[in-house]
Design a protein around this ligand. Sequence first.
Ligand code: AMP
Length: 281
Amino acid sequence: MHVVSTIKELQILLAQHRNNGKNIGFVPTMGALHHGHLSLVTQAKNFCAVVVCSIFVNPTQFNNVDDLTNYPKTLENDLSILNTVGCDIVFCPDSNELYPTKCQLSFDFGYLEKIMEGAFRPGHFNGVGTVVAKFFNIIQPDHAFFGQKDLQQYAIIQLLVNDLSYQVQLHCCAIIREQDGLAMSSRNIRLNENQRTLAPTIFQSLQTGEKLAKNNSTLASIYNQMTDLYVDKNIKLEYYKFVNAEDLTEITTLVKGQKIAICVACYIDDIRLIDNIIFNA
Ligand code: AMP
């Protein structure tokens, strides 16, 4: 496994592989890797001869300075586990390598940046779009792998690829969970024992929402029950939304058979966690 930190080194390696007719898969991450990330690398290995994983805590996508400062960093461990799943190249640039100057361009993702994560994290998707566009330009991957865990981010990247004609095939990979249902996340490392005990409430609320929706409860009644659940557990709910799973437009009435996503964001004390579930009503 090659570990490189400059664009130049990376492009020399990739040119050699391309000259040998090998296709390139790309898995972007911010490090503090867990089995969710590794599942993306494993999936990439199934499609591609060469897999590049980036580890970069992208400052431009953090709208909260404390969140950026507290973001876990475990590079040594990340590298050793990437080696075990057959990753070929790890790209760990520093900020100056990717942002030699302050970006002047910005994206407008329209509706998608006005709801849920976009509404609560102003500027977040502009930062995500910027860094992913940079990676796509630098790496020119044939395939790129993202998690359903960040469902809205996946929709944003799809828009970026369509509108800017990136020649990359996107893959949305299933959410990997702990045994008690908590979606794996780099931020879970920060949960103390008590917070960790509360955290499975998030997935429980999604499963309950799905069950109630399938049993013909109204959206208003589901929202009320879920709000009460979060209040009971002392978890600060930011949003709990039923959206169309394809275009993420908000659903106002449940229609049988419709493909739905429930998306949730909440704070357990100062730790922000998100999750979602997709099902047919
Ligand atoms: P991050 O390091 O949080 O930016 O995540 C990097 C990639 O891993 C993103 O595409 C995430 O959606 C994906 N990811 C994060 N957590 C999970 C999980 N529990 N299961 C599957 N993919 C995940």
